[in-house]
Design a protein around this ligand. Structure first.
Ligand code: SAM
Length: 281
């Protein structure tokens, strides 16, 4: 008998992945954690039944949510990651020579512990001496912390449950106040191809635009995310993510990537017409 995992992206479309079996399942205080073993994508992490990451394509998301802002800022030393409990974003951030400290604030320690057990190659970020891991609500942290950062990365779930507030203008204002001069914020911003996500994008970029002087969308292809076309919001106090590309840091770090490179960095900000139209008044 064949076993298939299906995630519905809308009432009329979704993704189906051939599974070998369920490796783990646990209901945490915040969400339902499931780990599947699958034919084509290796281990797959689901939160409340939605794909969070797979061993086969996680590199796209984690390289693109980190190296684009980190190579758009002249000297990013301190980074804050909100969410990101699988460790993949942290893994990529600490590879940069300029980064001295990365604070990760994840609300659910079940995600962290499950990632360490079933996605060790993703969770390797947790062993870095540059990393500080806190298990708490990112909104509470940002309200109570007086630390300042050069980059804030919001690597959150969709705007449901504890993540709802991470898409609100008040939260973006709190982040703005915790950023140094020249600071940047990047957030995963759903798929411009999925109708109900288009409204999330309009609201989210409107909220960011009310706080930051410059906000740009960039895109990446992630096969296991809704429609495969995924977006990220890059909000900046000063530097432009394309015009201020840091070629010298990129060359001196000389890191190896599976998706990102300096040409992808620039091309990712070129938007198809139907995406541009989401931002037209
Ligand atoms: N890459 C995935 C995606 O794009 O959907 C998300 C990665 S990570 C698994 C998302 C994390 O955000 C989850 O572990 C979730 O627990 C965390 N999260 C949601 N709301 C949060 C909050 N208010 N504070 C901190 N972490 C939060």
């Amino acid at each position: 008998m064949e076993l298939w995992y299906t995630e519905k992206h809308t009432e009329g479309r979704g993704i189906t992945i051939k599974a070998k079996g369920t490796l783990y399942q646990e209901k945490s205080e915040y969400q339902e954690m499931t780990v599947l073993d699958t034919e084509d994508f290796g281990n797959v992490m689901l939160l409340d039944g939605l794909v969070m990451l797979t061993q086969k394509d996680e590199f796209v998301y984690h390289e693109m949510i980190t190296h684009i802002p980190l190579y758009s800022h002249p000297n990013p030393k301190k980074v804050l990651i909100i969410g990101g409990g699988d460790g993949g974003t942290l893994r990529e951030v600490v590879r940069h020579q300029s980064v001295e400290k990365a604070v990760l604030v994840e609300i659910d320690d079940v995600v962290i512990e499950t990632a360490k057990k079933y996605f060790p190659e993703v969770a390797e970020g947790f062993i870095s001496p540059k990393g500080e891991v806190r298990v708490e609500d990112g909104i509470k942290y940002i309200k109570e912390s007086n630390e300042k950062f050069d980059l804030i990365i919001i690597d959150s779930t969709d705007p449901i449950g504890p993540a709802v507030g991470l898409f609100h203008q008040e939260f973006y204002q709190l982040c703005y106040d915790r950023l140094n001069d020249g600071g940047m914020l990047v957030a995963q911003s759903e798929s411009p191809f999925i109708p109900h996500m288009q409204q999330v994008i309009k609201d989210m970029y409107g909220n960011l635009g009310n706080v930051f002087p410059s906000v740009n969308m960039y895109l990446a292809f992630i096969p296991t995310y809704p429609s495969g076309l995924w977006s990220f919001a890059c909000a900046s106090k000063k530097y432009h993510p394309v015009n201020d590309f840091q070629e010298s840091a990129y060359n001196s770090d000389n890191l190896s990537f599976k998706y990102y490179n300096k040409d992808v960095h620039k091309a990712a900000f070129v938007l198809p017409n139907f995406v541009r139209e989401l931002f037209e008044k």
